[in-house]
Design a protein around this ligand. Structure first.
Ligand code: F6P
Length: 320
């Protein structure tokens, strides 16, 4: 194997640059040429690429986002788009591809693998919804962003006896909300995986107010509802005015945490090593302290990663 390529795809996350750095430097150290594809699969279709050297990835370790940029590419879901992407890769002389991204990106990677180009997937998504890895790249940094934001909100909420509804990312998966409920402290936690009872939440808010509690935090995963709707419903039911905040894309940016830097370095190096060892068609993941491999077919057919029931139980026990 002489030439490999790497791309970042779907929603960006912190730690992608740390991973790129590891891919490029581990690849070069093994005597490979490393091509960086810009703007995810779209760049593969549009032939946007550059040869990477050690300097291409200098000074990026501490930066969020992705220097290669990313995109959500609808064309990759069509037969013609997939064929063009694969032909372009072969035309570039690429013998292996590393795809860093979430579930849609891993599906795209697997589709390319089936076209005869070995692919290794690296799970990167703040949602932590990818199965067969304890954690995906970007989750830890996103959680730190959320916790910092909620800590700040509690200061101002406490100064005014206020309740805040905080909307947290996660279309289909409430992991970030559950983990933030534990790490930042919340009174209520609404996630797509579990039903919730707004009457109960309203009763509890009233009780807390009567008890003189200075702040209440209601966390809602975007897949479970919109902060604005929840706030309006609370107002309609008990006339209680809350404040809302949609943390949105703020959660995705920022300098990666140490965990994400280390994870990115380990994932990147393992991806290169496994391409060289002809283990294409696999996703790298973290299981305990170890890097593991799972075939992309299994990953992409398995649906979203379920939240550990022990974590859910813990979060529920800590809600008061
Ligand atoms: O999948 C990661 C994610 O950040 C989700 O939590 C969120 O729903 C979505 O991406 C937002 O996508 P976009 O950046 O395309 O608006």
């Amino acid at each position: 194997m002489k030439r490999i390529a790497v791309l970042t795809s779907g929603g960006d996350c912190s730690g992608m640059n740390a991973t790129l750095r590891a891919v490029v430097r581990a690849g070069l150290a093994s005597g490979l040429e490393v091509i960086g594809i810009q703007k995810g699969f779209q760049g593969l279709i549009d032939r946007l690429y550059e040869s990477m050297n050690t300097r291409s990835v200098s000074n990026i370790l501490q930066r969020g986002g992705t220097i290669l940029q990313s995109a959500r590419c609808k064309e990759m879901r069509t037969e013609s788009g997939l064929r063009l992407a694969s032909e372009n890769l072969k035309g570039m002389g690429v013998e292996g591809l590393i795809v860093i991204g979430g579930d849609g990106s891993l599906k795209g990677g697997y589709a390319i693998h089936r076209q005869g180009i070995p692919v290794i997937g690296i799970p990167g998504s703040i949602d932590n919804d990818i199965p067969f890895t304890d954690v995906s790249l970007g989750v830890d940094t996103a959680l730190n962003n959320i916790v910092r934001a909620v800590d700040n909100l509690k200061d101002t909420a406490s100064s005014h006896d206020r309740a805040f509804v905080v909307e947290i990312m996660g279309r289909n998966c409430g992991y970030l909300t559950v983990a933030a409920t534990i790490a930042a402290g919340a009174e209520h936690s609404l996630i797509p995986e579990e039903p919730y009872n707004l009457d109960h939440i309203c009763d509890d808010l009233r009780r807390r107010f009567q008890e003189g509690r200075s702040n209440s935090i209601i966390m809602v995963a975007e897949g479970a509802g919109k902060a604005e709707d929840i706030a309006n419903q609370i107002k309609d039911r008990i006339g209680f005015e809350t404040r809302i905040i949609v943390l949105g894309h703020y959660q995705r940016g920022g300098s990666p945490s140490v965990s994400d830097r280390l994870l990115g370095a380990r994932f990147g190096q393992a991806a290169v090593e496994n391409l060289i060892n002809e283990n294409g068609g696999m996703m790298v993941g973290l299981k305990g302290a170890d890097i593991i491999l799972t075939d992309l077919e299994t990953v992409t057919l398995s649906g979203i990663r379920l939240i550990n029931p022990m974590l859910l139980k813990l979060a529920n026990q800590l809600l008061v």
